[in-house]
Design a protein around this ligand. Structure first.
Ligand code: BTN
Length: 344
C-alpha cells in the first residue's frame, strides 16, 4: 500500500461488500438468501451476517426475514466507497477511487499520491475538505458531507495542445450527466468552469496541470458539486449566489450515483480529448448548455473591462462578447453577469 505520509485516513472499498451490495440491489426488492450470499462469496453464513451488520452500521437499511433472506430497503445518504465502486462498475467505469472521510483538498491528495508513486488515472473523493480550493486563489466551501468533492488525476504525456479544451469538455459531459438525473432542471455552464441553474452556481471545476518540455506530465481535474445541501444553511456571503441540486430538483439525489456519473463523465471527456474522436464541435456542444448566451456581461482582459452581450464560444474555447466595437474573444479569466443577476 502506498503511504502518503499524511494524517488523513483512507477507507478502502471491499470486494465482499461490493458483491453483497450488488446481489441485494440486483434482486430489485426481492429477498436474497443468506446461504446463496455465503456460497457466492465463498465465506460462512456467520461471516455474511457480520458483513451485513457492518453495512447496517454504515447507513444501509437491510431487512432480514427468516427463511427468506435479506433485502436492502435504503442506501446510505453519505459517500460509501463500496457502493460507489458498485455504481462505477455498473457504468463500466474501471477508474480506481480513493475515498477519505476528511482530506485537506482532493486535488492536493491526488498530487501527493502521484508523488508517492501511484499511477494515473485514479480519483480521490472525500466527504469533507478542510482546505478546499477554488479558481483564482479562492476558497471552496467544503464542510458538508451532503456535497461532493472529487478529483481525477491523469498522466497524459502528450503535448498540452491536445488537452487545451479538456476542462470545457469535462464541464459539458458533467452537465449532461447531471441533467439526466434532474431532467426538468435547466442546468447550464457559465463559461468557463461553473455549473449554474437559473443564475446560481451549484458546481465549480479546478484543473491543475504539471508540464515539461515534452508536454503535460499530469493533470488533476477537481470538481465540487453542491448535491444535497440546503442553500438556507450556506454561509451568508454565498447564500444568494449559490444553490444545490437538492434545491433545484426538489428532492435529494443519491450521492453515490451522482459521484459515479460525474467520475464517468470526467473520464469520458478525457478519453474523447485524447482520442480526438468527438463528432461534435466544441461550440456546437456548448451552445445548448451556455448560461451566458444573450446576457449582458463584463469580462476583464488584463486591466481592461470588456462589456457587451455574451454569445457562444469559438473553436478555441474563447467566449465571444459582442461590444459596440465589434466581437471580442475572451480567452481566460472570469465573466460577471450584469444587472443584479447573481453569479460567483
Ligand atoms: C471554482 O469554482 O472556483 C472551482 C471549485 C473547485 C472545487 C473542487 S472540490 C474538489 C477539488 N478539490 C479542491 O480543493 N478543489 C476542487
Amino acid at each position: 500500500m502506498l503511504n502518503t505520509d499524511n494524517e488523513y485516513k483512507r477507507i478502502e472499498s471491499s470486494t465482499d461488500a461490493c458483491s453483497i451490495i450488488k446481489a441485494l440491489i440486483d434482486a430489485s426488492g426481492d429477498h436474497v438468501s443468506g446461504s446463496l450470499l455465503a456460497e457466492s462469496l465463498g465465506i460462512s453464513r456467520p461471516a455474511i451476517h457480520g458483513k451485513l451488520e457492518k453495512l447496517r452500521d454504515q447507513g444501509f437499511t437491510i431487512e432480514a426475514i427468516r427463511n427468506r433472506g435479506y433485502r436492502i430497503s435504503k442506501l446510505p445518504e453519505v459517500l460509501h466507497p463500496s457502493l460507489l465502486r458498485h455504481e462505477l462498475d455498473q457504468l463500466g467505469c474501471e477508474l480506481p477511487v480513493l475515498y477519505y472521510p476528511v482530506i485537506d483538498s482532493t486535488n492536493n491528495e491526488a498530487e501527493r499520491q502521484l508523488t508517492h508513486g501511484r499511477k494515473g488515472p485514479f480519483a480521490v473523493t472525500s466527504s469533507c475538505q478542510t482546505k478546499g480550493r477554488g479558481r483564482l486563489g479562492r476558497t471552496w466551501q467544503s464542510g458538508s458531507a451532503d456535497n461532493l468533492y472529487q478529483s481525477v488525476l491523469f498522466e497524459p504525456n502528450i503535448p498540452a495542445q491536445q488537452l487545451q479544451h479538456f476542462t470545457l469538455w469535462a464541464g459539458i459531459h458533467i452537465c449532461r450527466a447531471l441533467k439526466a438525473l434532474t431532467p426538468k432542471a435547466p442546468l447550464k455552464i457559465k463559461w468557463p468552469n461553473d455549473l449554474h441553474c437559473e443564475g446560481r452556481k451549484f458546481a465549480g471545476m479546478l484543473t491543475e496541470a504539471k508540464m515539461d518540455a515534452d508536454g503535460i506530465r499530469s493533470i488533476v481535474f477537481g470538481v465540487g458539486i453542491n448535491v444535497n445541501s440546503n442553500p438556507t444553511q450556506f454561509p451568508a456571503e454565498i447564500r444568494t449566489l449559490a444553490t444545490s441540486l437538492y434545491a433545484i430538483h426538489g428532492e435529494e439525489l443519491p450521492l453515490n450515483t451522482v459521484a459515479a456519473v460525474t467520475l464517468k463523465a470526467i473520464t469520458a471527456a478525457y478519453d474523447a480529448c485524447i482520442q480526438g474522436t468527438s463528432e461534435e464541435s466544441l461550440p456546437e456542444a456548448w451552445a445548448p448548455l451556455n448560461a451566458l448566451e444573450g446576457k449582458s456581461v463584463t469580462a476583464l482582459r488584463g486591466n481592461t473591462e470588456i462589456t457587451g452581450i455574451a454569445g457562444g464560444i469559438d473553436v478555441t474555447g474563447a467566449l465571444l462578447i459582442e461590444t459596440p466595437n465589434g466581437v471580442e474573444a475572451i480567452r481566460a479569466g472570469d465573466v460577471t453577469l450584469k444587472k443584479n443577476i447573481p453569479n460567483s
